[in-house]
Design a protein. Structure first.
Length: 420
């Protein structure tokens, strides 16, 4: 683990102080409403069961693409990839297998009429600047391979493995996908728009419908601020995914891609970006996407940024395997803090561990595929475990630190199989 704070950790601490002290500027939602929602988030520890039954439907009214039952579990307005379906699909997640996370529903937008408006007091002038898709394609193009992962990926295991009640969508481990993204550096666009040296935050906003909470509070369109330092680093405005134009469900015509950060930062269907000389907050870094609970600071932790380290087997839950035969088992591991450099596996519930073979070179912002051979000696039930270590020294723990909204589950998952 690094011993000195990174610029991002300093940003986290500063934002937490500013939020608790009331020093940040709200965007379209009253501070009273945000405080009420924060209080509810800190107390509501048993509102939604973590393991809700998956929907049987192969489609969702809020999602455009087909959702075959053998590839996806439909969860309301979301669709989770069944990890077993990724076996043999290659390093990049095929677009038709890529998970979908929607707060409302997928908008079907017209690229010809789309514009991106950059505005705010963090520019050197008062007037907004507009860019069309053709304008963006005149900038130098960049390509990044990176995963996008929901902050709640693995949420259901807080309940099934640790006996804790949490709120939110009951993801297992399939709220992640890795793609080859092509687009333009956000830094180039901001500088062309007139980025001022006093700017501190940028706030991308999506073009999906307003998000209305269960109690009727209209929070407006999805938006979440980024520090200028991150925006000028590795963030891109992506218009292609795996060599093709972005599909509707994944942000067409343009989305933000923030490598290594929780998925909410990678705003889909981006329509405008506010550049601010003041710190900003929105419901998506105050009520949502912060850590609440007894293990965290009173009033909640800092806004979440980087993802944790995780591993998943490319096997169905309770898969049946032939006893006495040798099986090549595969999986994937990833981390938002650094490249995964080691994966250890156990086929006996954690009594004995051995190294898995890494089938990819470790890479930042991506995952690594791995494999191991196993011969179950006798029929019966077994528990498979996979434990990743990244280049910063972070290793998956046996137990994840709980929080009321079920974010950042990083513990080793106990995967049951049967030898028959």
């Amino acid at each position: 683990m690094p011993t000195s704070p990174t610029p991002e950790s300093a940003y986290d601490r500063r934002r937490l102080h500013q939020w608790l002290a009331g020093e940040a500027r709200a965007d379209g939602v009253s501070r009273r409403d945000l405080l009420r929602l924060v209080a509810a988030a800190g107390l509501a520890t048993a509102v939604t069961p973590a393991f809700s039954a998956p929907a049987a439907a192969a489609t969702s009214p809020g999602i455009v693409k087909a959702l075959p039952d053998d590839w996806f579990t439909v969860r309301g307005t979301n669709a989770e990839t069944k990890f077993a379906s990724l076996a043999g699909t290659g390093y990049h997640t095929p677009v038709d297998h890529f998970f979908v996370r929607n707060h409302t529903s997928t908008p079907v937008l017209d690229a010809a009429g789309w514009t991106l408006t950059v505005h705010g007091d963090g520019l050197t002038h008062a007037h907004p600047v507009e860019f069309t898709l053709d304008d963006l394609k005149k900038f130098p193009a960049v390509t990044r391979t990176a995963f996008v992962e929901c902050a709640g990926n693995g949420r259901s295991f807080f309940t099934s493995q640790q006996g804790q009640s949490v709120t939110g969508t009951a993801w297992t481990l399939g709220a992640i996908g890795t793609a080859r993204w092509r687009g333009v550096r956000l830094a180039d666009v901001l500088r062309r728009a007139g980025l001022d040296r006093d700017a501190v935050d940028v706030l991308p906003r999506g073009l999906d419908a307003d998000y209305v909470t269960a109690d009727g509070t209209d929070l407006g369109r999805v938006r979440r601020p980024l520090p200028v330092s991150k925006a000028l680093d590795d963030v891109i405005l992506a218009y292609e995914m795996n060599g093709e134009p972005l599909p509707y469900d994944h942000g067409f015509p343009v989305r933000v891609l923030v490598p290594n950060w929780i998925g909410i930062a990678s705003t889909k269907w981006v329509g405008d970006i506010e550049v601010s000389a003041q710190p900003l907050y929105s419901p998506w870094n105050t009520d949502f996407y912060r850590l609440f609970g007894s293990a965290h600071p009173e009033g909640g932790g800092a806004p979440l940024t980087r993802q944790t380290v995780k591993s998943a087997w490319e096997l169905p839950w309770d898969a049946s395997l032939g006893a006495g035969g040798v099986h090549r088992l595969t999986g994937r591991s990833w981390s938002g803090a650094g490249a995964v450099v080691r994966v250890d596996v156990s086929t006996d519930g954690g009594n004995r561990w051995r190294r898995a073979r890494l089938d990819d070179a470790p890479r930042r912002a991506g995952w690594v595929r791995w494999s191991t051979d196993w011969r179950p000696s006798a029929p019966g039930g077994y528990t498979l475990l996979a434990r990743a270590t990244d280049s910063t020294g972070r290793t998956q723990p046996g137990t994840a630190v709980p929080n009321t909204q079920g974010y950042l589950f990083d513990a080793v998952v106990r995967h049951p199989v049967r030898a028959v």
